[in-house]
Design a protein. Structure first.
Length: 168
């Protein structure tokens, strides 16, 4: 069972490190919530500063907050990173339900491609809106990406690619 996003986000919003940073970076906004199966008790919240074109990440694990400021943004030049409304976090599909839904897609369509690692990101994507963007790394050296509507859990897209396809 994974951590609850709302509980962890509430914890972050009360943290002095975050409050001090937010006071100095009033225009930065939430752009993703990131989770990896390697660290089931850790969530990362990413905030984007459009003017600086930089990301600041806050990782929360066991009531401890760590910050990484000034990371470069992985995006197409000139493209805007869409915000996630902080209010919408309380309405998104629970991370555990999103994971189970993605696992059912994997079991139904990609039985031979058994995952050993999971990466989950809550993002607001141009083509899909607010989604759970779930990636499974499989024992067959493939990457299964599944996009679920963050509010309903409806599968918007799923595709399987070889890890080696990303070298191109």
């Amino acid at each position: 069972m994974f951590v609850n996003i709302n509980d962890v986000f509430d914890e972050l919003r009360k943290n002095k490190l975050f409050l001090d940073w937010k006071n100095k970076n009033k225009d930065a906004y939430l752009v993703s919530v990131f989770f990896m199966s390697d660290n089931p008790n850790e969530l990362q919240f990413d905030f984007y500063d459009k003017e600086k074109d930089l990301i600041t990440s806050f990782s929360i694990k066991d009531n401890k907050v760590e910050v990484v400021e000034g990371s470069e943004v992985l995006k197409e030049k000139g493209k805007i990173i869409e915000p996630i409304s902080e209010a919408s976090l309380s309405n998104v599909l629970d991370i555990n339900k999103a994971f189970e839904r993605a696992r059912s897609v994997q079991a139904e369509h990609y039985k031979k491609d058994v995952p050993f690692k999971t990466i989950m990101a809550l993002q607001n994507l141009d083509d899909y809106g607010l989604v759970w963007n779930i990636t499974f790394i499989t024992h067959t050296f493939k990457v299964l990406n599944i996009k679920l509507s963050a509010d309903s859990g409806v599968v918007l897209k799923h595709e399987l690619n070889s890890i080696f396809d990303f070298r191109k």
